[in-house]
Design a protein around this ligand. Structure first.
Ligand SMILES: Nc1ncnc2c1ncn2[C@@H]1O[C@H](COP(=O)(O)OP(=O)(O)OP(=O)(O)O)[C@@H](O)[C@H]1O
Length: 454
């Protein structure tokens, strides 16, 4: 046994090229995974959570080398050969991304993956026992009777019957098929299992059974598990630590209980507030996130979450109510996308508000009021100077000068959150979050400006 983590992921990136035309010219890239780092110690389960599309599955397939990462290191079993030994180019000798085919074959025995849809790893024409035993044959165990015996034992271990060996996948329920996938993953005696949404296709009662089975097997076999899920309740069930992903990056990582008790990042707080709380006396205020998840081909500058964050930091020298500041930021985001159609606003006011008048006769003031309404911006902001900037921007919008309005608001209402990308910083031992609210340097400016204002 060693203290070295079983798996060390360092600045892992996976970018998919976006191509155009018959010559497939690259015109951009989808930054599905954009520089994530974490360790999984031996015998530990790490959960990777986040909304759909944040890059969890891509992280999994890049770690397991089903896809070639764009950059970064995946060091597996670092100590087994020599943790201190590095190759000539200073990369670690156990960097899986540099493995030759023979090393990869060995790695694939030691690191197995299970998927959301268990049918995907089971051949419908093959008896389940043969499916479970198949990896043994691929890895050179010639004795058929020995392979059968191992498969039968594993069927028994995952809560099925030894006699199920001769049955076909269609004879089993979804939960039973996931048990079979687990048996198949265990057959090569792996050290790491990467489980991508292993229970999300199952009924809630079956989910609990499979999670309990994974927990038992993890303890019995001393496995490390990377559990990928969009569901905070699932990761809480079996994970020792949790990493929260947003748009290709890890925004918070920490021990499960600590992260659930004391979430630091506003995104984690929002994910947690969406879990139903069975106890009505427990108050967990629902946090609503603005807008949609931005595209990973063009992620927002600075903190990628700033276009949706309820706690986005206010610009220096202004004093908004936070809710109104968020509303103004939503207007800014839509302006930046040129996603406001002033003619459509006038038409809306004409038909919905003014009782079917001509859109051309809708006054500028009525159009401005409709825009404020749409974004939840009050008739007048409490800070007079902020109100005067906003009024000027609205004037530009109703004159169909979206670029001018965007420029004015971007200059006047710039926030540190869009300017600088926060890095992960320790907020308590073993707990890291990437948010300017936790970073002393980011708040210093505001403090200084507040002091000089006095
Ligand atoms: N082969 C590919 N080519 C281009 N873009 C891709 C490819 N695979 C995934 N993506 C994009 O990468 C981003 C991350 O996808 P990924 O499937 O890893 O997210 P996820 O968090 O696992 O979501 P889900 O739970 O919905 O699968 C998404 O925007 C997705 O559209």
């Amino acid at each position: 046994m060693t203290d070295e983590p079983l798996l060390e992921v360092r600045d892992l990136k996976k970018h998919y090229p976006i191509t155009q035309g018959i010559l497939k010219k690259q015109v951009g890239s989808v930054k599905a995974v954009d520089g994530i780092s974490f360790d999984i110690p031996r015998g530990e389960t790490l959960g990777l959570v986040g909304e759909s599309g944040c890059g969890k599955s891509t992280a999994a397939t890049s770690i397991i080398q089903l896809e070639e990462p764009t950059a970064g290191e995946v060091i597996f079993n670092g100590e087994a050969r020599d943790a201190t030994e590095t190759a000539a180019d200073a990369r670690h000798r156990n960097d899986v991304t540099e493995f030759d085919p023979a090393e990869l074959k060995q790695f694939r025995r030691q690191a197995q993956m299970i998927f959301q849809d268990p049918s995907s790893s089971l051949d419908p024409r093959m008896r389940v026992g043969e499916s479970i035993a198949e990896p043994l044959r691929i890895h050179g165990i010639e004795d058929k009777a020995a392979r059968q015996e191992i498969a039968r034992n594993l069927l028994d271990r995952v809560g099925l019957s030894r006699d199920d060996y001769h049955r076909f996948p269609h004879e089993f329920s979804g939960g039973q098929k996931q048990r079979i996938s687990l048996a198949r993953a265990l057959v090569t005696n792996p050290e790491l299992i990467v489980a991508d949404e292993p229970v999300s296709a199952l009924d809630v009662s079956v989910q609990a059974e499979i999670l309990t089975l994974m927990k038992d097997i993890q303890a019995e076999f001393g496995l490390s598990i990377l559990l990928i899920s969009h569901d905070m309740a699932v990761v809480r069930e079996i994970c020792d630590r949790v990493a929260v992903m947003y748009l290709g990056e890890i925004v918070e990582i920490g021990e499960t209980e600590e992260l659930f008790r004391n979430p630091q990042h506003p995104y984690t707080q929002a994910l947690l507030s969406s879990i139903p709380v069975p106890d009505p006396t427990v108050d967990r205020a629902g946090t609503t996130l603005s807008g949609d998840v931005p595209s990973p081909s063009n992620p927002p500058s600075g903190c990628r979450f700033h276009t949706r964050c309820p706690d986005v930091i206010q610009p220096e020298d202004y004093d908004f109510e936070q809710e109104h500041w968020r509303a103004v930021m939503d207007l800014r985001t839509r302006l930046a996308q040129r996603d406001i159609d002033i003619e459509a606003v006038r038409e809306f006011v004409a038909t919905e508000r003014d009782g079917d008048v001509e859109p051309g006769s809708v006054s500028d003031d009525a159009a401005k009021a409709a825009i404020r309404d749409e974004f939840g911006i009050p008739e007048s902001l409490q800070d007079g100077r902020a109100e005067s900037v906003l009024a000027d921007a609205l004037e530009r919008i109703v004159s169909d000068d979206l670029a001018g309005a965007d420029e004015l608001l971007s200059t006047e209402f710039e926030t540190v959150c869009e300017r600088d990308a926060p890095s992960l910083a320790e907020t308590s031992p073993g707990h890291q979050s990437a948010c300017h609210l936790d970073s002393p340097s980011a708040t210093t400016d505001s403090v200084e400006s507040a002091v000089s204002d006095d």
